[in-house]
Design a protein around this ligand. Structure first.
Ligand code: PEP
Ligand code: MN
Length: 264
C-alpha cells in the first residue's frame, strides 16, 4: 500500500455533516424484526443499516444467524427505507451471495481478520468490484495483522476501504467486554490517515451504559463514524442482548455527543 492516496474516498461522497452512523441489530432474526428496526432508524442520523446474518459465535450451540435468507430482508429494508445496508462476510460464498443481493457495504469480523488465508480468499472474491469493505480489528491487539488485512484487499484492487475498532480480547476482568486499547487504533490512524476509522462501541462495551462515553472518546480522537447495535427490544435480542440500545436511545446519544468539526 505504497500510495495511500489511491484509497478511494467513499465516505466523503456521502457528504455528511456528522460522523457516519451505522446502526441496526447484532443479528437479523426475522423479516419483521429487520424491517421494524430499519423503519425506526430511517429518519435518524443513521445512513447505513447493519444486521449480521452469518454469526461467528464463539461457542457452538447458540444462534448462528438466519443465513442467506436474511439477504432478502436486507434488500427489502433498503427498498423501503432508502438506507444503505451492510452485513458480515466470512468466506467467498458469503461474498458471492451478498453481491448478488446488492448489499452495499461488507464488513469483515474480528475472528476473520486474524486469518490471512481467509482474508486473502475474501479479497480475491472481491477483486475488481467497487464494494466498500470495512475491516474490524483482529481479536488480539496486533496492528500488523489488522494492517495486513487492509493491504490484502488493497492489493486486489479493492480500494473503498475502512476499518472498524471493536476492541481486543483479554482474559482479565475489566469494565469492557473487549479492551479498547485506543493506542492501536490511533497508531493505525497515524499510519493511514485517509482510511476511514469507525468505532464499534457495542462490542467494546458489551453493555449499554457506557456506549455514549465510548462514542464521545472516539469522536474526540477524530474517528469518522460509529457502528452501534440497535434493537427495538434489546433485552430479548437473539445475540448480544446486553449491549444493544433502542433506536430512540441512539437518537439521544447523537444529540448529546459533542461532534468535533474538521479543523481548517
Ligand atoms: C458483530 O458485529 O455483530 C460481530 C460479530 O462483531 P465482531 O466481529 O466484532 O465480534
Ligand atoms: Mn454483535
Amino acid at each position: 500500500m505504497e500510495n495511500k492516496k489511491e484509497l478511494r474516498n467513499w465516505l466523503d461522497a456521502f457528504n455528511l455533516d456528522h460522523p457516519l452512523v451505522i446502526a441496526g441489530p447484532c443479528s437479523a432474526e426475522t423479516e419483521e424484526q429487520v424491517l421494524k428496526i430499519a423503519h425506526e432508524l430511517k429518519d435518524t442520523d443513521a445512513t447505513v443499516f447493519r444486521a449480521g446474518i452469518w454469526k461467528p459465535r464463539t461457542r457452538p450451540g447458540m444462534f448462528e444467524g438466519v443465513g442467506a435468507l436474511g439477504l432478502k430482508w436486507l434488500q427489502k429494508a433498503k427498498e423501503e427505507t432508502g438506507m444503505l445496508t451492510t452485513t458480515e462476510v466470512a468466506n467467498p460464498n458469503h461474498v458471492e451471495l451478498a453481491l448478488k443481493h446488492d448489499v452495499d457495504i461488507l464488513w469483515i469480523g474480528a475472528r476473520t481478520t486474524v486469518s490471512p488465508f481467509n482474508i486473502q480468499e475474501i479479497a480475491e472474491a472481491l477483486k475488481g468490484t467497487d464494494k466498500t469493505v470495512l475491516i474490524k480489528n483482529p481479536v488480539n491487539p496486533d496492528l500488523a495483522l489488522w494492517l495486513g488485512a487492509v493491504e490484502r484487499f488493497y492489493t486486489q484492487d479493492v480500494k473503498n476501504l475502512g476499518v472498524i475498532h471493536r476492541g481486543f480480547s483479554t482474559y482479565e476482568k475489566t469494565r469492557y467486554r473487549n479492551n479498547p486499547e485506543w493506542q492501536v487504533a490511533v497508531d493505525l490512524q497515524n499510519e493511514f490517515p485517509d482510511l476511514p476509522l469507525i468505532l464499534d462501541p457495542s462490542h467494546i462495551a458489551g453493555r449499554r451504559d457506557i456506549i455514549f462515553d465510548l462514542c464521545q472518546t472516539g469522536l474526540d480522537l477524530n474517528y469518522d463514524g460509529i457502528m452501534v447495535e440497535t434493537h427495538y427490544d434489546p433485552d430479548n435480542a437473539w445475540s448480544d442482548a446486553k449491549q444493544q440500545i433502542t433506536p430512540s436511545q441512539l437518537v439521544q446519544i447523537m444529540k448529546d455527543l459533542k461532534i468535533r468539526k474538521e479543523e481548517g
